[in-house]
Design a protein around this ligand. Structure first.
Ligand code: NAD
Length: 324
């Protein structure tokens, strides 16, 4: 019997990349899987119903249980239909993995309203919408006396959490929002037996990262492949298991490393209790406090890729990225 035997799991964007690997892994562990994916292009255009169907075929050919759904999670009613698809096919829903995303990278000065909205609609609104409809189902089950462990696993990104990248206003903002939803929803849904956590993948070989330097490196047959899109699946399965104690956590996964993140935290401070600060006082007092430099943070994240050259080299890289 697999570790997820009998669990009904809905995975958004499960037709390709990380979501597809999660669907295959969960099915192999005995879960009944709803493979949601409209089969769109990386920028969200078009659609191909065969993408979700192919994953279902792969799962059922191996003796697993799966159904396809091609609704868009950015459509509020579509998100409701995704949740209904799980209940209709398998009688209940235990786990939601919000994984779907699209990319429309552009500098702030050039990004269109449409490109901003499209990315936020899939990543942030889609996570909210599917979670909302699942939570309503779970509240009803809880109120009817059902006491079963339920879980939401959101998907964020280092772009938005740890190392925001230039040209990612839409994507980084949406991913930071997903992390915020995770902790808020964990607080709200605990009373219905629902745990809410989040994965933040990094450097997984999918079509979204195809142009990132080094992604083409394939290790020798049988060797561990840290860039494989399947490295997140066991971590998701751990978070989805009935006996998992975690809630409200955001875990970064990169190759074989899994880190529990600590979010925005209060840094050095100044305080007075006898009067409001004046601008002149603030100018002096705040200047003395230690603080992070956003350019240094990006430089550290890029590590070896930056080489020597410091801030000037970093600025040149940012300019090149934005002028592309
Ligand atoms: N690949 C990485 O290294 C990496 C790094 C950080 C974060 N992530 C995150 O991991 C997740 C998966 O990314 P991936 O690299 O596998 O991308 P991918 O493009 O391979 O897969 C994403 C899937 O989402 C689907 N999708 C798009 N819009 C949808 C919608 N409206 N409704 C339902 N499905 C929709 C697409 O059709 C696609 O099959 C994303 O949330 C992404 O932000 C990935």
């Amino acid at each position: 019997m697999g570790s997820l035997s009998g669990r009904v799991v809905l995975i958004t964007g499960a037709g390709r990349g990380i979501g597809r690997e999660e669907a295959l892994y969960f099915a192999a562990e005995g879960a009944k899987v709803v493979v949601n994916d409209p089969g769109v292009a990386p920028d969200g255009s078009g659609g191909d119903r065969a993408v979700a169907a192919a994953v279902v075929k792969e799962i059922t050919a191996r003796g697993g249980a799966a159904v396809a759904n091609t609704d868009s999670v950015s459509d509020f009613d579509g998100a409701r239909r995704v949740v209904e698809a799980a209940v209709d096919a398998f009688g209940d829903l235990h786990v939601v993995i919000n994984n779907a995303a699209v990319h429309r990278d552009a500098p702030l000065v050039g990004v269109t309203e449409d490109a901003f909205d499209a990315v936020v609609a899939v990543k942030l609104k889609g996570t909210f919408a599917v979670s909302h409809w699942a939570a309503r189902h779970w509240r009803a089950r809880w109120e009817s006396g059902d006491r079963v462990d339920r879980a939401i696993i959101n998907t964020s990104s280092g772009s938005g959490l740890l190392n925001p990248l230039p040209a990612h206003s839409n994507y980084a903002a949406a991913n930071a929002g997903v992390a915020a939803l995770t902790v808020v929803n964990a607080l709200e849904l605990g009373r219905y037996g629902v745990r809410v956590n989040c994965l933040s993948p990094s450097m997984a070989r999918t079509r979204l990262t195809a142009t990132v330097p080094g992604m083409g490196q394939i290790p020798e047959e049988g060797a561990f492949d840290p860039l494989h899109p399947g490295v997140c699946a066991p971590v998701a399965a751990y978070l989805a298991a009935e006996d998992c104690p975690m809630t409200g956590q955001v875990l970064s996964v990169r190759g074989g490393s899994v880190a529990i993140n600590q979010g925005w935290s209060r840094g050095a401070q100044i305080a007075k209790d006898d009067a409001p600060w004046t601008v002149a006082e603030l100018r002096t007092a705040l200047a003395e406090l230690p603080r992070d430099d956003v350019f240094d943070s990006l430089g550290t994240a890029l590590g070896g890729a930056l080489g020597s050259g410091g801030r000037d080299k970093l600025q040149q890289m940012i300019n090149a990225l934005l002028d592309r």
